[in-house]
Design a protein around this ligand. Sequence first.
Ligand SMILES: Nc1ncnc2c1ncn2[C@@H]1O[C@H](COP(=O)(O)OP(=O)(O)OP(=O)(O)O)[C@@H](O)[C@H]1O
Length: 298
Amino acid sequence: MIRTEGLTKRFGRITAVDGVGLDVREGDVFGFLGANGSGKTTTVRMLLGLVLPTSGTVEVLGEPMPARRASVLPQVGALVEGPAAPPHLSGRRHLALLDAAGPGSRRTGRAGRVDDALEQVGLGGVDRRPVRTYSLGMRQRLGLAAALMRRPRLLVLDEPTNGLDPAGIQEIRRLLLDLNAAGTTVLVSSHLLSEIERTCTRVGVLHAGRLVLQDDLASVCGPTGLLVVDTPDPHLAARLLVGRVEAVDGERLLVRDQDAASVNAALVGAGVPVRSLHAQRRSLEDVVLDATSRQAIA
Ligand SMILES: Nc1ncnc2c1ncn2[C@@H]1O[C@H](COP(=O)(O)OP(=O)(O)OP(=O)(O)O)[C@@H](O)[C@H]1O
Protein backbone atom coordinates (compact mmCIF):
# COMPACT_ATOMS: atom_id res chain seq x y z
CA MET A 1 0.00 0.00 0.00
CA ILE A 2 2.95 2.33 0.71
CA ARG A 3 6.48 1.80 -0.54
CA THR A 4 9.35 4.24 -0.41
CA GLU A 5 12.91 3.78 -1.58
CA GLY A 6 15.82 5.92 -0.45
CA LEU A 7 13.37 8.60 0.62
CA THR A 8 15.33 11.67 1.67
CA LYS A 9 14.43 15.25 2.58
CA ARG A 10 16.91 17.99 3.34
CA PHE A 11 15.99 21.42 4.63
CA GLY A 12 19.20 23.38 3.96
CA ARG A 13 21.85 21.65 6.05
CA ILE A 14 19.34 19.59 8.06
CA THR A 15 18.64 16.06 6.77
CA ALA A 16 15.14 15.51 8.20
CA VAL A 17 14.56 12.15 6.45
CA ASP A 18 17.51 10.05 5.37
CA GLY A 19 17.23 7.17 2.87
CA VAL A 20 14.00 5.67 4.24
CA GLY A 21 12.56 2.46 2.72
CA LEU A 22 9.06 2.05 4.13
CA ASP A 23 6.93 -0.99 3.31
CA VAL A 24 3.32 -0.80 4.51
CA ARG A 25 1.30 -3.81 3.37
CA GLU A 26 -2.40 -4.27 2.77
CA GLY A 27 -4.18 -5.00 6.07
CA ASP A 28 -1.45 -3.55 8.29
CA VAL A 29 -1.95 -1.27 11.22
CA PHE A 30 1.53 0.13 10.78
CA GLY A 31 2.95 2.04 13.75
CA PHE A 32 5.42 4.72 12.67
CA LEU A 33 7.43 5.50 15.78
CA GLY A 34 10.05 8.10 16.52
CA ALA A 35 10.99 10.75 19.04
CA ASN A 36 10.01 14.39 18.43
CA GLY A 37 12.05 15.73 15.52
CA SER A 38 12.96 12.28 14.15
CA GLY A 39 11.27 13.03 10.80
CA LYS A 40 7.82 11.38 11.05
CA THR A 41 5.77 14.39 9.95
CA THR A 42 8.11 15.18 7.07
CA THR A 43 7.88 11.55 5.88
CA VAL A 44 4.07 11.53 6.14
CA ARG A 45 3.91 14.80 4.19
CA MET A 46 6.04 13.28 1.44
CA LEU A 47 3.78 10.21 1.30
CA LEU A 48 0.82 12.48 0.66
CA GLY A 49 2.61 14.65 -1.91
CA LEU A 50 2.49 17.71 0.39
CA VAL A 51 6.29 18.00 0.47
CA LEU A 52 8.62 17.04 -2.39
CA PRO A 53 11.46 14.64 -1.57
CA THR A 54 15.03 15.79 -2.15
CA SER A 55 15.64 12.28 -3.51
CA GLY A 56 14.11 8.81 -3.47
CA THR A 57 10.73 7.48 -4.57
CA VAL A 58 7.25 7.11 -3.06
CA GLU A 59 4.52 4.71 -4.18
CA VAL A 60 1.06 4.83 -2.60
CA LEU A 61 -1.61 2.28 -3.59
CA GLY A 62 0.79 1.12 -6.28
CA GLU A 63 1.03 4.56 -7.92
CA PRO A 64 4.01 6.95 -7.94
CA MET A 65 3.61 10.05 -5.79
CA PRO A 66 3.29 12.95 -6.20
CA ALA A 67 2.78 12.30 -9.95
CA ARG A 68 -0.50 10.41 -9.43
CA ARG A 69 -1.80 12.55 -6.56
CA ALA A 70 -5.12 13.27 -8.25
CA SER A 71 -6.13 9.61 -8.51
CA VAL A 72 -4.47 8.39 -5.29
CA LEU A 73 -5.54 10.99 -2.72
CA PRO A 74 -9.32 10.42 -3.04
CA GLN A 75 -8.69 6.85 -1.80
CA VAL A 76 -6.59 7.98 1.16
CA GLY A 77 -7.86 9.48 4.42
CA ALA A 78 -5.23 11.69 6.03
CA LEU A 79 -4.78 13.50 9.30
CA VAL A 80 -1.64 15.62 9.43
CA GLU A 81 -0.85 18.79 11.33
CA GLY A 82 -1.99 21.59 9.12
CA PRO A 83 -4.66 24.20 8.60
CA ALA A 84 -7.37 23.65 11.21
CA ALA A 85 -11.11 23.82 10.53
CA PRO A 86 -12.38 27.45 10.28
CA PRO A 87 -13.29 28.45 13.88
CA HIS A 88 -16.69 29.98 13.06
CA LEU A 89 -18.05 26.90 11.27
CA SER A 90 -19.68 23.93 13.00
CA GLY A 91 -18.00 20.55 12.65
CA ARG A 92 -20.90 19.41 10.47
CA ARG A 93 -20.63 22.40 8.12
CA HIS A 94 -16.87 21.96 7.86
CA LEU A 95 -17.24 18.31 6.85
CA ALA A 96 -20.02 19.12 4.38
CA LEU A 97 -17.78 21.74 2.71
CA LEU A 98 -14.87 19.30 2.57
CA ASP A 99 -17.15 16.71 1.01
CA ALA A 100 -18.41 19.24 -1.57
CA ALA A 101 -14.85 20.33 -2.42
CA GLY A 102 -13.51 16.81 -2.91
CA PRO A 103 -12.96 15.31 -6.35
CA GLY A 104 -16.02 13.60 -7.83
CA SER A 105 -18.19 15.19 -5.14
CA ARG A 106 -21.86 14.21 -5.09
CA ARG A 107 -24.61 16.00 -3.17
CA THR A 108 -26.55 12.73 -2.86
CA GLY A 109 -25.85 11.07 0.46
CA ARG A 110 -23.71 13.96 1.73
CA ALA A 111 -25.65 14.45 4.99
CA GLY A 112 -25.42 10.71 5.65
CA ARG A 113 -21.66 10.64 5.00
CA VAL A 114 -21.17 13.59 7.38
CA ASP A 115 -23.39 11.97 10.05
CA ASP A 116 -21.54 8.66 9.82
CA ALA A 117 -18.12 10.29 10.11
CA LEU A 118 -19.17 12.43 13.13
CA GLU A 119 -20.76 9.43 14.79
CA GLN A 120 -17.67 7.27 14.24
CA VAL A 121 -15.40 9.69 16.11
CA GLY A 122 -17.89 10.35 18.92
CA LEU A 123 -18.81 13.91 17.85
CA GLY A 124 -22.41 13.07 16.96
CA GLY A 125 -23.92 15.13 19.80
CA VAL A 126 -21.79 18.28 19.59
CA ASP A 127 -21.46 18.88 15.90
CA ARG A 128 -23.59 22.05 15.69
CA ARG A 129 -21.31 24.07 17.96
CA PRO A 130 -18.71 26.27 16.25
CA VAL A 131 -15.24 24.74 16.06
CA ARG A 132 -13.78 27.60 18.18
CA THR A 133 -15.60 26.13 21.21
CA TYR A 134 -14.04 22.66 20.67
CA SER A 135 -11.32 21.30 22.94
CA LEU A 136 -8.05 20.20 21.36
CA GLY A 137 -9.23 16.59 21.57
CA MET A 138 -12.49 17.44 19.78
CA ARG A 139 -10.56 19.20 17.00
CA GLN A 140 -8.40 16.13 16.66
CA ARG A 141 -11.51 13.96 16.31
CA LEU A 142 -12.96 16.33 13.74
CA GLY A 143 -9.75 15.95 11.74
CA LEU A 144 -10.17 12.20 11.97
CA ALA A 145 -13.82 12.46 10.86
CA ALA A 146 -12.63 14.42 7.81
CA ALA A 147 -10.17 11.61 7.05
CA LEU A 148 -12.97 9.03 7.23
CA MET A 149 -15.48 10.82 5.01
CA ARG A 150 -14.56 8.98 1.83
CA ARG A 151 -14.37 5.56 3.47
CA PRO A 152 -10.71 5.34 2.45
CA ARG A 153 -8.75 2.15 1.65
CA LEU A 154 -5.75 3.67 3.39
CA LEU A 155 -5.64 5.95 6.45
CA VAL A 156 -2.53 7.99 7.15
CA LEU A 157 -2.65 9.57 10.60
CA ASP A 158 0.06 11.75 12.12
CA GLU A 159 -0.15 11.61 15.94
CA PRO A 160 -3.97 11.15 16.01
CA THR A 161 -4.13 10.85 19.81
CA ASN A 162 -2.39 14.18 20.48
CA GLY A 163 -4.45 16.20 22.95
CA LEU A 164 -6.81 13.34 23.81
CA ASP A 165 -7.51 12.15 27.36
CA PRO A 166 -7.17 8.42 28.18
CA ALA A 167 -10.83 7.72 27.33
CA GLY A 168 -10.42 9.54 24.00
CA ILE A 169 -7.22 7.60 23.25
CA GLN A 170 -9.06 4.35 23.92
CA GLU A 171 -11.92 5.37 21.59
CA ILE A 172 -9.51 6.17 18.78
CA ARG A 173 -7.73 2.86 19.35
CA ARG A 174 -11.03 0.96 19.06
CA LEU A 175 -12.02 2.94 16.00
CA LEU A 176 -8.72 2.15 14.24
CA LEU A 177 -9.04 -1.54 15.08
CA ASP A 178 -12.66 -1.63 13.83
CA LEU A 179 -11.73 0.15 10.60
CA ASN A 180 -8.83 -2.23 10.10
CA ALA A 181 -11.04 -5.25 10.73
CA ALA A 182 -13.36 -3.89 8.02
CA GLY A 183 -10.47 -3.78 5.54
CA THR A 184 -8.77 -0.38 5.94
CA THR A 185 -4.97 -0.30 6.01
CA VAL A 186 -3.68 2.20 8.59
CA LEU A 187 -0.38 4.02 8.99
CA VAL A 188 -0.30 5.81 12.32
CA SER A 189 2.62 7.88 13.54
CA SER A 190 3.20 8.31 17.24
CA HIS A 191 5.85 8.85 19.86
CA LEU A 192 3.76 6.79 22.34
CA LEU A 193 5.24 3.30 22.51
CA SER A 194 2.41 1.89 24.61
CA GLU A 195 -0.20 3.07 22.10
CA ILE A 196 1.63 1.49 19.18
CA GLU A 197 2.21 -1.72 21.16
CA ARG A 198 -1.54 -2.08 21.77
CA THR A 199 -2.76 -1.19 18.31
CA CYS A 200 -0.28 -2.15 15.62
CA THR A 201 0.60 -5.25 13.63
CA ARG A 202 3.83 -3.84 12.22
CA VAL A 203 6.22 -1.13 13.32
CA GLY A 204 8.74 1.16 11.72
CA VAL A 205 11.08 3.17 13.92
CA LEU A 206 12.68 6.43 12.79
CA HIS A 207 15.74 7.73 14.58
CA ALA A 208 17.36 10.98 13.45
CA GLY A 209 15.68 10.62 10.04
CA ARG A 210 16.76 7.00 9.48
CA LEU A 211 14.59 3.91 9.60
CA VAL A 212 16.30 1.75 12.21
CA LEU A 213 13.68 -0.99 12.47
CA GLN A 214 10.78 -2.29 10.36
CA ASP A 215 9.15 -5.59 11.25
CA ASP A 216 6.07 -7.42 12.51
CA LEU A 217 5.32 -6.50 16.10
CA ALA A 218 4.78 -10.16 17.02
CA SER A 219 8.26 -11.11 15.84
CA VAL A 220 10.18 -8.19 17.38
CA CYS A 221 8.30 -8.51 20.67
CA GLY A 222 8.66 -12.31 20.68
CA PRO A 223 9.49 -14.57 23.63
CA THR A 224 12.86 -14.04 25.34
CA GLY A 225 13.28 -17.74 26.18
CA LEU A 226 12.57 -17.04 29.85
CA LEU A 227 9.53 -17.99 31.93
CA VAL A 228 8.13 -15.70 34.61
CA VAL A 229 6.94 -17.68 37.64
CA ASP A 230 4.90 -15.99 40.36
CA THR A 231 4.88 -17.97 43.61
CA PRO A 232 4.52 -17.25 47.34
CA ASP A 233 7.47 -19.62 47.96
CA PRO A 234 10.24 -18.31 45.66
CA HIS A 235 13.07 -19.80 47.73
CA LEU A 236 11.86 -23.40 47.51
CA ALA A 237 11.04 -22.85 43.83
CA ALA A 238 14.58 -21.57 43.23
CA ARG A 239 16.06 -24.63 44.94
CA LEU A 240 13.98 -26.97 42.80
CA LEU A 241 14.92 -25.17 39.58
CA VAL A 242 18.57 -24.76 40.47
CA GLY A 243 20.79 -24.00 37.46
CA ARG A 244 17.89 -22.53 35.49
CA VAL A 245 17.01 -19.48 37.62
CA GLU A 246 18.17 -16.19 36.04
CA ALA A 247 16.84 -13.90 38.75
CA VAL A 248 14.57 -13.74 41.79
CA ASP A 249 12.64 -10.52 42.29
CA GLY A 250 10.39 -10.75 45.38
CA GLU A 251 7.90 -13.50 44.59
CA ARG A 252 8.76 -13.62 40.88
CA LEU A 253 11.39 -15.87 39.37
CA LEU A 254 12.87 -15.67 35.90
CA VAL A 255 13.56 -19.19 34.71
CA ARG A 256 15.60 -20.16 31.62
CA ASP A 257 13.25 -22.75 30.16
CA GLN A 258 10.66 -22.76 27.37
CA ASP A 259 8.52 -25.64 28.59
CA ALA A 260 5.99 -23.94 30.85
CA ALA A 261 3.99 -27.15 31.42
CA SER A 262 6.92 -29.18 32.76
CA VAL A 263 8.19 -26.34 35.00
CA ASN A 264 4.67 -25.96 36.38
CA ALA A 265 4.35 -29.73 36.96
CA ALA A 266 7.75 -29.86 38.72
CA LEU A 267 6.86 -27.00 41.07
CA VAL A 268 3.33 -28.11 41.88
CA GLY A 269 4.48 -31.75 42.27
CA ALA A 270 6.98 -30.62 44.93
CA GLY A 271 4.30 -28.67 46.80
CA VAL A 272 5.22 -25.14 45.55
CA PRO A 273 2.04 -23.12 44.87
CA VAL A 274 2.18 -21.36 41.47
CA ARG A 275 0.07 -18.19 41.13
CA SER A 276 0.94 -17.65 37.48
CA LEU A 277 3.48 -18.75 34.91
CA HIS A 278 4.01 -17.22 31.49
CA ALA A 279 6.62 -16.76 28.77
CA GLN A 280 8.41 -13.43 29.06
CA ARG A 281 8.21 -11.27 25.91
CA ARG A 282 10.41 -8.36 24.88
CA SER A 283 8.73 -5.01 25.39
CA LEU A 284 8.52 -2.60 22.48
CA GLU A 285 10.49 -0.15 24.60
CA ASP A 286 13.42 -2.61 24.82
CA VAL A 287 13.19 -3.26 21.09
CA VAL A 288 13.21 0.45 20.22
CA LEU A 289 16.08 1.24 22.59
CA ASP A 290 18.04 -1.60 21.07
CA ALA A 291 17.31 -0.53 17.50
CA THR A 292 18.11 3.14 18.06
CA SER A 293 21.51 2.25 19.48
CA ARG A 294 22.36 0.11 16.42
CA GLN A 295 22.91 0.88 12.74
CA ALA A 296 20.12 2.08 10.44
CA ILE A 297 18.68 -0.62 8.16
CA ALA A 298 17.39 1.20 5.07
N1 LIG B 1 10.01 23.26 6.82
C1 LIG B 1 11.10 22.94 7.52
N2 LIG B 1 12.21 23.72 7.45
C2 LIG B 1 13.33 23.41 8.13
N3 LIG B 1 13.45 22.32 8.95
C3 LIG B 1 12.38 21.53 9.07
C4 LIG B 1 11.15 21.79 8.38
N4 LIG B 1 10.26 20.80 8.69
C5 LIG B 1 10.91 19.98 9.55
N5 LIG B 1 12.16 20.41 9.79
C6 LIG B 1 13.19 19.75 10.62
O1 LIG B 1 13.24 18.39 10.24
C7 LIG B 1 13.41 17.54 11.38
C8 LIG B 1 12.28 16.52 11.43
O2 LIG B 1 11.05 17.16 11.72
P1 LIG B 1 9.62 16.43 11.71
O3 LIG B 1 8.60 17.47 12.07
O4 LIG B 1 9.46 15.69 10.46
O5 LIG B 1 9.80 15.40 12.92
P2 LIG B 1 8.70 14.62 13.74
O6 LIG B 1 9.29 13.28 14.02
O7 LIG B 1 7.39 14.67 13.05
O8 LIG B 1 8.64 15.44 15.07
P3 LIG B 1 7.34 15.92 15.90
O9 LIG B 1 6.82 14.69 16.57
O10 LIG B 1 7.95 16.91 16.87
O11 LIG B 1 6.40 16.55 14.92
C9 LIG B 1 13.47 18.46 12.58
O12 LIG B 1 14.82 18.72 12.88
C10 LIG B 1 12.77 19.71 12.09
O13 LIG B 1 13.26 20.85 12.79
